[in-house]
Design a protein around this ligand. Structure first.
Ligand SMILES: NC(=O)c1ccc[n+]([C@@H]2O[C@H](COP(=O)([O-])OP(=O)(O)OC[C@H]3O[C@@H](n4cnc5c(N)ncnc54)[C@H](OP(=O)(O)O)[C@@H]3O)[C@@H](O)[C@H]2O)c1
Length: 221
């Protein structure tokens, strides 16, 4: 039977790639979006796609998006900035990821795998960032973005579900390498980057794995 996943943040740059890759693999995908018009028009295998429209923190909308219970939920939402860059302030709510996780947790059974896209620099990984990255984060709304990702990670720390947190280094657009970007345990040098397409592939791999308990991975090229 085909793996069923729900994607939160599906209209984002990583989220749309997760949906695209999942559909190309023949998975059944449900997305919860506030504006279906923001989904790419050219998604493959659209018959495998179910679109639920609603707010990401609305318990009723979230419950609909995870009913019937999917094998996994992939959360790749993130802050939007007023003019697209983190020195322009946050557009809308500044706690979108923990708000989504808070709405999600009561709605999924303990068997549903939860996969969260987070960032290297969150929690104890702050020390792994080069000083220049810490300075950029500290002086922009990235600080808010990292803080709310930390809150989401903490919410997931105590749940019975299998959880994978994928902390990515700086994301880039353009084609993926097709190689795994699971760099957990590897030293990070300089200011590392990783293509969004490769991160999407890693998130999808994580959504289909069989491990129990919770773990934190690092995504870097
Ligand atoms: N940029 C980096 O270098 C980097 C590095 C590591 C980790 N990350 C993290 O990776 C994640 C995804 O990144 P990305 O580039 O794919 O993000 P993105 O393109 O900005 O997408 C953000 C997603 O979150 C949704 N969202 C934002 N505010 C919302 C709200 N109030 N209600 C409902 N949905 C909302 C957006 O929906 P709409 O389309 O409806 O706005 C969109 O689907 C983020 O958490 C980011 O912090 C980023």
């Amino acid at each position: 039977m085909s793996i069923r996943i729900t994607v939160l943040g599906a209209t984002g740059r990583v989220g749309a790639l997760v949906v695209r890759q999942a559909l190309a693999q023949g998975r059944q995908v449900t997305v919860l979006v506030r504006d279906a018009g923001r989904l790419p028009a050219d998604l493959p295998g659209r018959s495998g796609l179910r679109v639920v429209t609603g707010q990401i923190d609305d318990p009723v909308a979230v419950a609909e998006a995870v009913s019937p219970a999917p094998d996994a939920v992939v959360v790749c939402a993130g802050l939007r900035y007023r003019r697209g860059h983190p020195w322009s302030g946050v557009a809308g709510r500044s706690d979108v990821v923990p708000a989504a996780v808070r709405a999600l947790l009561p709605a999924v059974p303990p068997s549903t795998r939860l996969v969260l896209l987070s960032a290297v620099g969150v929690g104890e990984s702050w020390q792994r960032l080069p000083w220049i990255a810490r300075a950029v984060i500290g002086t922009s709304s990235l600080r808010t973005a990292y803080r709310q990702l930390g809150a989401a990670e903490r919410l997931l720390a105590g749940v019975p579900n299998p959880v994978t947190v994928v902390r990515a280094v700086t994301l880039t657009d353009g084609p993926g390498s097709g190689r795994t970007v699971n760099a957990t345990g590897r030293p990070l040098r300089g200011n590392p980057t990783v293509p969004r397409a490769d991160v999407a592939a890693l998130l999808l791999d994580c959504s289909a794995e069989a491990h129990q308990g919770s773990r934190v991975l690092v995504a870097a090229a």
